[in-house]
Design a protein around this ligand. Structure first.
Ligand code: NAD
Length: 525
């Protein structure tokens, strides 16, 4: 059973609880005309929103933060009912992440967005004064996935709003309620209704939003859809921010603390039932530690409690829908058929409900298996030994993805040295996934994992166009380099270039003397 069905003929989006199959809400899928009208309203409302200024928008953000804090339990519960994750995870990885992202913007938006002086190092440009002015794009379209249905659109949306943009969000068809809750909190806090809108629909509504007259598209989702969005955007040179999938490696060195690293692997691989872009999807363990690592990790995995996320005792909730279960099953079956050892899990838990899968540990995996190459997005920890640090780095980098990675070691320096060699947007030493909760840090990937960065200062910079505004301080003086060229002027300018860049002090001084007359040159046009 699907968490949410999109009935193509009837064009309806049905939000379902993936733990029980219960229908939570039904929506008409937004039509192309409705998406277009939302963008038009956003465009009309945006100039007034931009003109209220950053400080006024920050005050609205402060109100939003207070409201979200007051309603934190209700929001977390909605997320759990619609997405399945344990409610405490919804509180920590969604609500808390957004409260802190708001804190970051409240504290930093003004400083990041205020005009920034541009120094003029070139001697000839010293008579100018310039600033970088950060201007909102206008209307930003945000397309988001179901796995972080609140924190993903919220962190991106808050940055877009505080920069003065209007926002139209197309949430995942599997989790529209979380995005609607976000909109209602923002409206209550004072964001005008047309400045922040949600259009509920399936992928076709997303495609229409990309085609609509927006000024930037911020897409979070799979590599496959991300490429489609990028193609459509390229046709009209629409700027894109792409936050795509991952296949994050975890490197466990022989000096890692066995108890800590096995617990880290468990949480990294199984939190949100493995449906996190930053999940541990590949685990490489130093050969001398590998069998002990497997024994402890399996012991701990068997203690995990799988169930309905509304039960506070639950560690792992259901997967989002049947299709996701099938991907996980196919990857596990392929691995076993090619010689992987199934140490625990590897089956559906039908007794719990429609979409539950047992946390699974696989040993003896290889890079020929789908489980080590494609994004699995389920509660599976495939473990592979390595002999040397060089081999660990080579294996980590042998992937089309490059979102994040982690290195686990008792020697922080060695960990950081390895981290520098790993191709990824983020590498954590002795932790995993929690980088998403560091509001100051950028989030984003390299290779197929995406383009651009969300979160932090770099994420805020993604929401503005940078204008270079330059004023001449001598408006009554013609520039030396303007027309009226000639052999004399060419010699003077050669001297000027020597003055600036010759490695010989004699030539520099000579160049200075030669060029001095250029400033009083006659015959300038
Ligand atoms: P998805 O690509 O199937 O869908 C994402 C969104 O795109 C949905 O809203 C969907 O309706 C929409 N969409 C589908 N077809 C479209 C089209 N042709 N044009 C425009 N929009 C379209 O992804 P998903 O299954 O919802 O999410 C899981 C994926 O998201 C995983 O790959 C995961 O790694 C990735 N993800 C990445 C990050 C990150 O920050 N890098 C964060 C969360 C999830």
């Amino acid at each position: 059973m699907m968490a949410t069905d999109v009935q193509i003929g009837a064009r309806r989006v049905i939000s379902r609880n993936p733990a029980t199959g219960e229908t939570l809400c039904e929506f008409e899928c937004a039509s192309a005309a409705e998406v277009g009208a939302a963008v038009e309203r956003a465009r009309a409302a945006q100039p007034a929103w931009a003109s209220v200024g950053v400080r006024a928008r920050v005050e609205i953000l402060r109100r939003f933060q207070r409201l979200l804090h007051q309603k934190k339990d209700d929001i977390a519960r909605t997320i759990t009912r619609e997405n399945g994750k344990p409610q405490v995870e919804a509180l920590l990885t969604e609500v808390l992440v957004v409260l802190d992202a708001a804190r970051f913007l409240i504290e930093n938006a003004y400083a990041v967005l205020k005009p920034e002086p541009v120094p003029h190092g070139n001697l000839v440009m010293k008579t100018k004064s310039a600033h970088l002015v950060r201007e909102p794009y206008g209307v930003i379209g945000i397309i988001s996935p179901w796995n972080y249905p609140f924190s993903t659109p919220a962190t991106e949306g808050l940055a877009a709003l505080v920069a003065g943009n209007a926002v139209v969000i197309k949430p995942s068809e599997f989790t529209p309620l979380a995005a609607l809750e976000l909109a209602s909190l923002l409206h209550e806090a004072g964001v005008p209704a047309d400045v922040f809108q949600v259009v509920v629909g399936d992928g076709s509504a997303g495609a229409v939003l990309v085609e609509a007259p927006i000024d930037k598209i911020v897409f979070t989702g799979s590599v496959r859809t991300g490429k489609r969005v990028a193609e459509a955007a390229a046709k009209k040179l629409l700027p894109v921010l792409l936050e795509l999938g991952g296949k994050d490696p975890m490197l466990v060195l022989e000096d890692a603390d066995l108890d800590v690293v096995t617990s880290g692997a468990l949480w990294g691989a199984f939190m949100n039932a493995g449906q996190t872009c930053l999940s541990v999807e590949r685990c490489y363990v130093a050969r001398s530690l590998c069998e002990r690592f497997l024994t402890v990790v399996v012991e701990k995995t068997r203690k995990l409690r799988v169930g309905n996320g509304l039960d506070p005792e639950t560690d792992i909730g259901p997967l989002i829908h049947e299709q996701q279960l099938r991907v996980v099953e196919a990857h596990v079956a392929d691995a076993i058929a090619r010689g992987a050892r199934l140490l625990t899990g590897g089956r559906r838990l039908l007794e719990l409900g429609p979409n539950f899968y047992a946390p699974t540990v696989l040993a003896d995996v290889t890079h020929e298996m789908r489980i080590m190459r494609e994004e699995t997005f389920g509660p599976v920890l495939p473990v592979m030994p390595f002999a040397t640090d060089d081999e660990a780095v080579r294996l980590a980098n042998d992937s089309e993805f490059g979102l994040a990675a982690s290195v686990w070691t008792g020697d922080r320096r060695r960990g950081e040295a390895l981290a520098r060699r790993i191709q990824a947007g983020t590498v954590m030493v002795n932790d995993v996934i929690s980088c998403f909760g560091i509001s100051e840090a950028p989030h984003g990937g390299v290779k197929s994992s995406g383009l651009g960065r969300a979160h932090g200062r770099l994420g805020l910079e993604e929401m503005v166009r940078v204008k270079h505004l330059d004023s001449d301080l001598l408006p009554r003086v013609r520039k030396v380099w303007w027309f009226g060229y000639g052999a004399e002027f060419a010699r003077q300018m050669e001297g000027f270039v020597d003055l600036l860049f010759s490695t010989s002090w004699v030539r520099r001084i000579g160049g200075g003397l030669k060029s001095a007359k250029a400033y009083i040159r006659k015959g300038r046009l």
